[in-house]
Structures are given as C-alpha cells and as structure tokens.
Design a binder for this molecule. Sequence first.
Ligand code: PMP
Length: 415
Amino acid sequence: MSGVAFDVASNRSAFPALDQEVDGHPLVYLDNAATTQKPRAVLDALEGYYTSDNANVHRGIHELSRRATEAYESARSKVARWIGAEDPTEVVWTRGTTEAINLVAFAYGLDRLGEGDEILLSILEHHSNIIPWQLVAARTGARVRYIEIDDDGEWILEDLPELVGKRTRIVALNHVSNALGTINPVERVIGHVRMHAPGAVVLLDGAQAMAHMDVDVGELDVDFYAFSGHKACGPTGIGALWGRKAHLEAMAPYQGGGEMISVVERDRSTWAAVPHKFEAGTPNIAGAVGMGAAVDFVESIGKPAILAHERGVVGYAIERLEARFGDRIRIWGPRAIERRSGVVPFSLDFAHPHDIATILDSEGVAVRAGHHCAQLVMKRYGVPATARASFYLYNTTDDVDRLVDALGQVENFFG
Ligand code: PMP
C-alpha cells in the first residue's frame, strides 16, 4: 500500500548513513543485496526501545517487561500481516534467513528424511539454502538434487518432470537470487510440486524478495518462508521463519533453553506453544522492534513503487554500462528487466572483480565482489567471482553515473 508519491530524494534523506564521504567522495552505496542502510525511523525505534522499555519479555511482572513484551509481540503481528499470514503465532523470530532455513532443515528435515528421500534445490541458491540440506542429507541418507540454470540465469524448468517425483520430500528455493537478481518463477515450480509430489513441503528463501516485492505466503502456497530484517531496512540479527501451524506444531524444538518450555521435569519436559517453542533464550527484542519499524517504513513507500523505481535505475545502469564498455563487459542474469530485481552483477574482461571493487571504493562507490555465497553459480559460468552493484529505494541515476565514471578509473588502471 503506497500512500505517498515515490520521492527518491526524500527516501534518501531518511538514511543518515548515506550522507557521508568516503575517501573525499560522497558515498554511493550499491551493496544493498548484502544489507540495506537503516532509516532514521528504525534507528529511533531501537533507541526508543532501549531508552524507555528495555526489559526481558514474557517473564517479568512489571511495567517495563509488559511494554517490552507488547512491543516484541506487536512487531510479530506486523511481520505476519506483511507476508499475508493470518496467524502471528506462525511467525518464529530468528537471527535471519540462515537460522530460519537451518531451523526447518534440523527440526523438520532431520526427523522426517530417510535413505533415498530427495531434497530439491537449485544451483542458484545462496549457501545458506544449500549447506543445511547437505548436513541433513549426510545424516539421513537423503539425496540433494538441483534445478540447473541457463546462460541467462533462469531455472531450466523442462527438467522438472525428471526432478520432482515420489521421493521428493523437501523443495527449498530462493524467491529472488542474490547472485544474479533473477526473480524466480516459484509459482510454476510450486504448482508442479503440488501436482506431482503432494507429500513434499516447500520452503522459499525470501532474503532478496522481502525488501522489493509484495509477498503473500497464502497465495504462494508455500509451507515455510524465510527472510532477514537487515535486507529490508531493519536491523541485523533479526529475521523470521513463517511456517504453517500444523508443521510448526508437529516439529520438535530446534534449540532448548528458557522461554521454549512448559513444564520441566528431571528426565523430560514439555514445550511451550508455537512460536515460543522455537525461541529458546532471551530473544533479540530490540531487533524485532526495529524490524517492526522497518516494515512500517517500507510500507509507507510501498513495494510496487520500490520495485518500479529499481527497474528504472537498473535499466539505466545496464544501458550505460553496455554503452560504455561494449563487449568488454558481461552483465550476468536475465536480459528482460522485469525478470530481475535490483541486482546488476558484472564482469569486465580487463580487471578482476576484487580489483574493480577496490578501485570503486577509492572513488566512494561501494559494491560487492566475490562469489556472493553462490559458488555453484560461479562454477556454472566458469568464473571465480563477479562484481555486483545492487540498488534500492534511495539509489538514483546519478549513482549509476558515478559507478560508470569510477569504472572508467578501473579502465585507466588496467585497461
Ligand atoms: N539467501 C539469500 C538469497 C541471501 O541473499 C542471503 C544473504 N546474502 C541469505 C540467504 C542469508 O541471509 P542472512 O545472512 O541474513 O541470514
């Protein structure tokens, strides 16, 4: 729901960290797929919480604990509404996407997978949606299978009939790729899985989707949805797992400790109701509060408007980069602009990605270089790494011009 017209200058002014110089140059922050900057509203929420409400949740019978509990739980309700979930108790707070996926791998997968069962991933996954499944597969005898990608970074769906079948138990896929920016056709895969592997559960890794696209877990027809606050204007160290209530109730606890129990005996104990069963120990209360403020902030702008803005800037970036560097640049990912998010990964034939990022940094332009925790993608394209510019609601075409100019310095150095 967008209440106001999209105003990039006003968006930008809401983020104090953007207003600084690096090496004598005004900062151009193009590493949003790694983490976004935080708006003043989120910083204020964190400070406000610690300044006046700080206490432990669900425990203390005193005013501050009541307030902290109310803030923590109302942020949970906000996040539930944000993803179209009717029941806030289906939202488990986690450290982020990584912990949310590990929770499903270990609390769902470990107890349910056996020899010869299959876990379907794609080679486009972030390592955090590969390694937990490899760990669980090694302990259970299950087999990890992969959807391949084509040269444009799109899943090869023609292989689905061969990949999805009676042995498929878990399908875990990213909604949007961090390495290539592909907005994946998850609906098509889920439709196929529901038809041909009705017993399988589907988890989506929404780390790169939440900040950019409206997400409705009911419409997506998923069983689990994982995401991180810090990639959507929220604090680090907070994220969530949404899961269907029936699954969460049937799953054993993932970690033991305070908060997650009902009655403790010497040799056995009983568990608190979901979601608390999965939230052992003192949680990241301030993080949850900050994430609630991030939801309000992002919603005040509106994700459709954010995505439309990003597409404009990304389209301009691709045009300018190709015009400037011709066949000396390779831009990875889908050609069609509506198939990609704000991510523009690229390689230059005259410089290594790490050298590109280092020289850009000296020009005040922050990009990421490396394998982007997606080594299977790098292997598919035969490159050790790529450089990646990733755009968000505060980036402008001027930022793109600064990027292209700074890449000119890379060319002067190496070209
Ligand atoms: N999946 C994807 C697609 C990601 O981009 C990331 C973060 N780069 C993660 C998972 C992991 O998120 P986090 O580090 O916040 O747990």
